[in-house]
Design a protein around this ligand. Sequence first.
Ligand SMILES: N[C@@H](CCC(=O)N[C@@H](CSS)C(=O)NCC(=O)O)C(=O)O
Length: 230
Amino acid sequence: MNRPILFRQLFEHLSSTYTYILGCPITKLAVIIDPVIETADRDSELIKELGLTLTYGLNTHVHADHKTSTGELKKHFPKMQSILSEKSGARADKYVAHGEKIKAGNIELEARATPGHTNGCVTYVNHAQGMAFTGDALLIRKCGRTDFQQGDVHLLYKSVHEQIFSLPDDYILYPGHDYTGQTCTSVAEEKKFNKRLAKSEEEFVQLMKNLNLPYPEQIEKAVPYNMRCG
Ligand SMILES: N[C@@H](CCC(=O)N[C@@H](CSS)C(=O)NCC(=O)O)C(=O)O
């Protein structure tokens, strides 16, 4: 019998960020996706309680709204390597290219480049469990903004349609944030109900131009920190 993977979805309330832990039940090797500095102690304690050893700390992109805790987590798990897209232009221990696979025991994540929110955004797909971690490329019923960090509205539309909406309808999508209390969605739901991306490209571009969102509160500290944090 195939034993299920260990999986946790964790929330950091200052930036409304989701952090994910995926662990192999046999080898006890694990990865963490988008960990936040404020919750580094909570996350490392949980990983230890679950008997896991972190091998990789993945940032889906260079975050603008919070500091990553991959640097902090390396103090608890010295063998852990931080990972970012090769297109991120930031410091990391290892860089991933589109199509590359990240493995930790029986956990396998396919890196799919989904630029547009930033140029180094990656969606990680776990085909065995039918899950994808979209970072800020796709949020539940909406998507990441495109007004800073090399944001590109046309590229985001293409990324989501070609790399996320092309996944099987029943794959569960786990976002980088949610501001309304929701936790996950599915490819079928987002293709039908996403208020931005279920529209034509022209409508999407107009809508994104008129979002008028204030900049994230931590942007000035977070971006330079995340650019140099390995
Ligand atoms: N108020 C938050 C920032 C909210 C925000 O801008 N979120 C980003 C993702 S983090 S850079 C985004 O793309 N939002 C899209 C949207 O439509 O909400 C803070 O100050 O941290």
